[in-house]
Design a protein around this ligand. Structure first.
Ligand SMILES: [Zn+2]
Length: 223
């Protein structure tokens, strides 16, 4: 804890003065481009892995990067997503899972959750992804099954997102785009869900030639 508190002092003393123009602007308002939904896992730093600044990503985090399907009672995720889309008018939503996700490991082994009733309840929203893995990949080894579940869970949460009325409305008019990403902590590799192939492919490949990507952006990146 000590270095965390010292860090806040160091930030104000050494870092903020160098970024005063940015923070003067941010002190007045925010206009993030992207809603970024990811896992609470401490190893993921959304701004670091996307090389973005404060103010550029509206970030929602929870165990397992889950978006509960739409229902008529308030929840933290639902309210945050609603605000990002309706008030901040974000045009892109990224759901970013990660390989080796502890929440997905638990979802595959629900007996391990007998002392975690709330986690167990929360992971209900990943059950359909677990079923896909159990059904389609029952012969695969446990590590491969976990990796596949981390990917499949991202796809499921994209489907859940599309059940929220304001998302559904904007998808129908191409005013919003949903992106499914998966991040590998060790290599820094980010893959994106490619719906035609129903698989995850490197981001540089997925966005190549799209309006999301400049021509020279992949230089120096190896797969
Ligand atoms: Zn995780």
């Amino acid at each position: 804890m000590k270095h965390v508190i010292e860090g806040t002092l160091k930030f104000r003393r050494e870092v903020l003065p160098k970024l005063s123009e940015l923070f003067d602007r941010l002190a007045i308002s925010q206009s993030p481009e992207v809603l970024f939904i990811t896992c609470s896992d401490s190893r993921i730093d959304p701004n670091l892995i996307t090389q973005t600044n404060p103010g550029e990503l509206f970030i929602c985090r929870n165990a397992g990067n889950i978006v509960p399907p739409h229902q008529y009672h308030a929840g933290g995720m639902t309210a945050s997503i609603e605000y990002a889309v309706q008030a901040l008018q974000v045009k892109d939503v990224i759901i970013c899972g990660h390989y080796g996700c502890g929440a997905m490991g638990a979802a595959m082994d629900i007996d391990s959750l007998k002392d975690f009733p709330h986690v167990l309840d929360w992971l209900v929203h990943s059950r359909a992804a677990v079923s896909v893995i159990d059904h389609k990949y029952k012969e695969s080894d446990p590590q491969e099954r976990l990796d596949l579940l981390c990917e499949r869970n991202v796809v499921l949460q994209m489907q859940h997102l599309a059940t929220h009325p304001y998302i559904a409305a904007r998808l129908a008019t191409n005013e919003i785009e949903l992106h499914g990403w998966i991040y590998d902590v060790g290599s820094g590799m980010v893959k994106a869900y490619n719906s035609p192939s129903d698989s995850f492919i490197p981001v540089e490949e997925h966005y190549e030639g799209s309006h999301h990507m400049a021509d020279d952006v992949t230089s120096g990146v190896t797969a």
